[in-house]
Unconditional design. Structure first.
Length: 273
């Protein structure tokens, strides 16, 4: 889809260049997008963003100076968006593609506040290393060409999955949007458990961190299902089986994650009100 970025006729405006917005911008430029065709609305650019500005990305242009905006990407926090919205609306024309990566902000809200043709997306933080996963849903008035453009913009940080039901986005947010925090918590608590079992803290931390990271990479590279990979580690009657009897027992990991995802889904719906 990188070709679709090179073929965009008009300006790409990125509103918000924090970690996620910055990762997207880096991805666009790495894919060959012309820096001069990109503008960033960011009052306090980081050193990384400043380096992109030095390559020709335009900082904080007025709506008139931005020219015809083909794609307007909103990478602000929802709270900041509400405050900034009046100043952002003039950048969006009747034919502008609006791509939002804000949690809990609906297509209807985006269309009402900004206008344009809206794609709502939910990436996650591994986007910072090009290993994110994004789920997107398009408004009915988004054309095939605009959808391809949105796909190219989002795919700069990892694979993209498209859904047709916006109602799924709350569960998506709970699973993949918030999911990295669950994995980091696993590394955190595995290290604590190692210390409780007698390991020095530094060693327990290293073992937990590298085990979680290595297992994730194995899962990424393997064609096998996660359940199969788990079974491959588990010898009947062995140490892993003893641990899994606890983790997979009543009130174990499945129950906890089901409750956690349900609660995150509820909160996402609440934020959208």
């Amino acid at each position: 889809m990188s070709g679709s970025l090179k073929n965009i006729k008009g300006t790409i405006v990125l509103a918000g260049a924090g970690k996620m917005g910055g990762a997207m911008l880096s991805g666009w430029l790495a894919q060959g997008c012309d820096a001069a065709r990109v503008a960033v609305i960011e009052p306090q650019p980081s050193d990384e963003i400043a380096a992109h500005l030095a390559k020709g990305v335009r900082p904080n242009p007025s709506p008139a100076d931005a020219g015809t905006v083909a794609a307007f990407v909103v990478a602000l926090k929802p709270q900041a968006f509400r405050e900034a919205a009046p100043g952002l609306k003039p950048y969006v024309g009747a034919g502008t593609l609006v791509v939002s990566i804000m949690a809990g902000t609906t297509i209807a809200t985006l269309g009402e506040v900004l206008g344009g043709h809206v794609v709502r997306a939910m990436p996650n933080t591994p986007a910072a290393i090009g290993r994110g996963i994004t789920v997107a849903v398009a408004a009915k008035d988004v054309s095939d060409e605009q959808r391809a453009t949105a796909d190219g913009l989002l795919r700069a940080t990892g694979p993209v999955e498209w859904v047709s039901d916006e109602g799924l986005m709350d569960a998506v947010t709970a699973v993949s949007g918030s999911g990295p925090a669950y994995v980091f918590l696993l590394a955190e608590e595995l290290a604590r458990a190692g210390v409780a079992a007698g390991l020095p803290e530094a060693l327990a931390t290293r073992l937990a961190r590298d085990t979680v990271a290595g297992s994730g990479e194995l899962l990424h590279r393997s064609d096998l299902a996660a359940a199969t990979l788990r079974q491959n580690v588990t010898s009947p009657g062995g140490t892993t089986a003893a641990a899994l009897a606890v983790l997979m027992g009543q009130d174990g990991l499945q129950s906890l994650l089901t409750r956690a995802v349900a609660e995150a889904t509820r909160r996402s719906k609440e934020l959208a009100k």
